[in-house]
Design a protein around this ligand. Structure first.
Ligand code: SF4
Length: 379
């Protein structure tokens, strides 16, 4: 099993909170598409001929590609890697790119899952975040996607936006669950350094986020979505049964993946590799036949800490009986001892039959902090 991630680093306009790698200089798209196809060839041994079960076009905004560019990338990837017949193929899309024609073309090209950057069904929030679409476009895009034959649609929502009251958050969720979607990824708004939002908050032209409001909205989310039939299978991810994202789940299970495009990361079970986050330098290097990447071989301690961090965010948590050879009995015992205080205070729970240690709903609020507390220190 393996996965492929393709990073398309272009956007129509910059959302003020975003710290992903992207450029609004779209004239480089044709050159970039060729460079990514060339990288697919250069990296074709990274997965050692393993069957690819998931292919994910992310970004940036992959829905900015023309159908010809998308088909070219799909065909190149199919030539260079062995894609499973039932592979999950996801395209990240912005609602304003989802015309009926584009949706039909994407479906015919073999895309079978859409991940739509809706973020909010309220125009006030979308304007506040400098998104390029409005709420009406988001609703229409979801309905038209379903009509075009997409029966596996995920949307992203953001909570904790200043001005988003509890009532408005409820309206957003209510709107979402009436639409034909099977998956939601919901994130708290974060203020990343060097973003336009960070700058606006520093100079007080925008209101800061309120951590207590965010925590409350997350708690409500964990109540409302399961009531509507969406299971929380990871801290930020909810799905109808059997509609979990296979691609993201494979990251959390440590399944190898290759990342193509600037800033994309790859992992093969032993080493981590990340491409340069600069479009021009990426293209120049690939044109010379060189992958512009740095690599790091993970130490056993780094691997265990990474597993703790990732697995704890999932519904199953860490299943001690199925951990790989990187874990000795001493390592497991150390983890259980370190988790005692969290178990005792109700932030974690222990499932003896499955030898599973996992977060409770209360613990989900502090997932990353708890994981960091459980790390081995001598990485
Ligand atoms: S569309 Fe996505 S990648 Fe592009 S700026 Fe907005 S959040 Fe970032």
């Amino acid at each position: 099993m393996a996965g492929i991630y393709v990073h398309i680093p272009f956007c129509k306009q910059a959302c003020n909170y975003c710290n992903f790698h992207f450029s609004v200089a779209k004239k480089q798209i044709p050159e970039m598409v060729h460079a990514i196809a060339q990288e697919a060839e250069l990296q074709n041994q990274f997965l050692k001929q393993q069957i690819v079960d998931t292919l994910y076009f992310g970004g940036g905004t992959p829905s900015l590609l023309t159908i010809e560019q998308l088909l070219f990338l799909l065909e190149t990837i199919q030539q260079q890697y062995t894609l499973a017949a039932d592979a999950e193929i996801t395209l990240e899309v912005n609602p304003d790119d989802c015309t009926p024609e584009a949706l039909v073309q994407w479906r015919s090209a073999g895309i079978n899952r859409l991940s739509m950057g809706v973020q909010s069904f309220r125009d006030a929030d979308l304007v506040w975040m400098n998104r390029s679409h409005n709420a009406t476009a988001a609703v229409q895009a979801i309905q038209q996607a379903y009509t075009a034959g997409f029966y596996n649609i995920s949307i992203d929502l953001i909570y904790g936006i200043p001005g988003l009251t509890e009532e408005a958050w409820k309206e957003n969720i209510n709107k979402a669950i009436t639409l034909p979607i099977q998956h939601l990824s919901c994130y708290a708004l974060t203020i990343e350094p060097k973003t336009a939002l960070h700058h606006s908050i520093e100079n007080k032209s925008k209101e800061n986020i309120d951590a207590a409001v965010q925590a409350k909205q997350f708690e409500l989310l964990m109540q409302w979505l399961p009531e509507a039939g969406f299971e929380q299978y990871e801290v930020s991810n909810f799905s109808k049964p059997a509609y979990e994202s296979k691609h993201n789940s494979s990251y959390w299970k440590g399944i190898p993946y290759v990342g193509l495009g600037p800033s994309a990361h790859s992992y093969n079970g032993k080493l981590r590799q990340w491409n340069i986050a600069n479009n021009t330098l990426y293209i120049q290097s690939i044109q010379k036949g060189k992958i512009p990447a740095e690599t790091e071989v993970l130490t056993p301690v780094q691997k265990r800490n990474e597993q703790i961090m990732i697995a704890l965010r999932t519904r199953e948590g860490l299943t001690l009986s199925t951990l790989d050879d990187n874990w000795t009995e001493t390592n497991k015992l150390r983890l259980i001892r370190a988790a005692q205080k969290w178990l005792y205070q109700g932030f974690m729970e222990w499932q003896p039959q499955k030898e599973q240690i996992r977060l409770t709903k209360k613990g989900m609020l502090f997932a990353d902090g708890i994981a960091a507390d459980l790390f081995e220190v001598n990485a």
